[in-house]
Design a protein around this ligand. Structure first.
Ligand code: PDD
Length: 281
């Protein structure tokens, strides 16, 4: 495997960044994960827009210009011969003597890109069987709309989920409303067939897959509402599911051990999943 690190394509097992990289010391960096399907990077434009927003919110510069950037991302995918998988993009504020404030003069931001294949059989199985989620109190900062590499609360939450035999942990706010998963957005389908997901304000990450799901819902003529929903409402919903570039769309069949509806993936979730490939650019 080949990775891109600050201007060089290097063997993956030798790819390294400096110990004083601010991503390493302060989680002072942002990232994107894009799906690769049939050799194409899915929703590249939306990922670039979100990366641009994350960078500007943190007053970080693009590591290279956008044309070069797109070229490098594609090159990493090609060099790794990935037809179906993921590409990981990380930009940090660069290498400087450890000091919390931004380095002056500004350091060159550091760019790392990796790509790997994924096993479509695993995704297919999860789609058939569905997964369980647990709920955890929200304990992240209030700017989770910025896709930063500071993911420790997400790591702890997802580890807890795993230990309880679940695939995802949903962060729940002080009012008992579901925010999103540790690495996915959260959705329900109400008894009358309306798709519901939380508005993408500062409280959640504006998922790219979430946006595609909204497009797919509209194409299919499904009712859609952007509003918060409670854990209780989710448990009593007709269907529930999660979305992310890594998993696309996966049915949720239980929440904290209580089954959602009859405990099987629902038909609207399946319908939406089938529409996905037709929506993306
Ligand atoms: N995570 N919410 C959170 C907290 C996420 O980390 C992610 C993505 C999403 C879904 O966003 P998208 O549809 O753009 O992938 C929602 C990536 C995949 C990750 O950390 O691996």
């Amino acid at each position: 495997r080949i990775a891109y690190v600050n201007g060089c394509y290097v063997p993956h097992n030798q790819a390294a960044v400096h110990i004083e990289d601010r991503g390493y010391q302060f989680a002072d960096g942002v990232y994107e994960v894009c799906e690769i399907a049939d050799g194409y990077i899915i929703d590249m434009t939306r990922h670039l827009e979100r990366l641009n927003r994350s960078l500007s919110e943190l007053q970080m510069a693009w590591p290279v210009n956008k044309e070069a950037f797109v070229h490098i991302v594609k090159e990493v995918v090609v060099r790794n011969r990935v037809r179906n998988g993921l590409v990981y993009i990380q930009v940090t504020r660069g290498v400087a003597k450890r000091d919390h404030v931004f380095p002056e003069p500004a350091t060159k931001s550091a760019l790392v890109i990796t790509a790997r294949r994924s096993d479509p059989a695993i995704a297919e199985m999860k789609l058939k069987t569905g997964v369980g989620v647990i709920t955890v109190p929200e304990n992240r900062w209030d700017r989770v709309d910025i896709k930063t590499v500071g993911l420790l609360p997400n790591v702890m939450a997802k580890q807890k989920a795993k230990e309880q035999g679940a695939a995802e942990a949903w962060f729940v706010d002080a009012d008992g409303m579901v925010k999103e998963g540790g690495s996915t957005n959260a959705w329900i389908v109400t008894q009358d067939g309306t798709l519901v997901t939380r508005p993408a304000d500062h409280g959640i990450l504006r998922g790219i897959t979430r946006a595609t799901a909204i497009d797919a819902a509209s194409t299919l003529g499904l009712k859609f509402e952007e509003r918060p929903f409670s854990v209780e409402e989710a448990k009593n919903a007709r269907e529930a599911f999660i979305t992310a570039a890594t998993t696309i769309l996966i049915p949720v069949i239980s929440i904290d051990g209580d089954s959602v509806a009859n405990g099987h993936p629902g038909s609207i979730t399946e319908q939406l999943r089938s529409q996905f490939r037709l929506e993306v650019e």
